[in-house]
Design a protein around this ligand. Structure first.
Ligand code: AP5
Length: 208
């Protein structure tokens, strides 16, 4: 199963991806996680990406495309993958199609996790993320329940940056909904319900 997850920042893409990984053993390719890891170790890529991320803007396409190409070629992605946070604009989507075609692979589904902006702002303002493993939980959880790492608030989860990210989503990423509808692989789920209810629909949509 090869899947693209679509949805606004904070819609729950990472949350649903974790559950799909646990059940189906797919490779989870999150460009946000890959970029945050690069920032953490202060690699050349991380140094270039940080200012864009802190401002809620998209990192330049070529930096992200190179990261994704490398991950798609890795052994663990050969039996199926979930792309979470990529593609983010039409140029990335077209590049992904041609990279997959060159690998004689294709996408089975583009799954839209649909959540309204007011719910998003509340979710992201109260999200805390583990510095070590990326696990997310609501504010109030100070120690990661998965690995014991420190929970912190992402720089881009501050209110002014959340609004910028939502604007970027509307102008640059939301057009991909029609792109994938046109490719007849779009599936949609209402993400404004408890996590397990959302996942039950995700599972049903992807396995029927
Ligand atoms: P990225 O890390 O991809 O951030 P995002 O798309 O903004 O997504 P999030 O991780 O914020 O949200 P999510 O949908 O995964 O929600 P989550 O499951 O955590 O990107 C960060 C930055 O990196 C970008 O701004 C950009 O600069 C750069 N970047 C990344 N990819 C790029 C690309 N392709 N091109 C260029 N630049 C790129 O859930 C959110 C919260 O809600 C959590 O606390 C969770 O516990 C909670 N929650 C989840 N589901 C539910 C539910 N059903 N009910 C209640 N609470 C829920």
């Amino acid at each position: 199963m090869n899947i693209v997850l679509l949805g606004a920042p904070g819609a729950g893409k990472g949350t649903q991806a974790q559950k799909l990984v646990e059940e189906f053993g797919l490779a989870h390719i999150s460009t946000g996680d890959l970029l945050r890891a690069a920032v953490k170790v202060q690699s050349e890529l991380g140094l270039q990406a940080k200012a864009y991320m802190d401002a809620g803007k998209l990192v330049p396409d070529q930096l992200v495309i190179n990261l994704v190409k490398e991950r798609l070629e890795a052994d663990d992605a050969q039996s199926g993958f979930i792309l979470d946070g990529f593609p983010r604009n039409t140029a990335q989507a077209v590049t992904l199609d041609s990279e997959l075609a060159a690998m004689e692979r294709n996408l089975d589904a583009a799954l839209l996790v649909d959540v309204k902006p007011d719910v998003i702002v509340k979710r992201l303002s109260s999200r805390r993320t583990c510095r070590s493993c990326g696990y997310t939980a609501p504010a109030g959880v100070d120690v990661c329940p998965r690995c014991g790492g420190e929970m912190y608030q992402r720089d881009d989860d501050k209110p002014e940056t959340i609004q910028k990210r939502l604007d970027v989503y509307q102008t640059q990423t939301a057009p991909l909904i029609e792109y994938y509808r046109g490719h007849s692989i779009l599936k949609e789920v209402d993400g404004d319900r408890p996590v397990d209810e959302v996942y039950a629909d995700v599972r049903a949509l992807l396995t029927k």
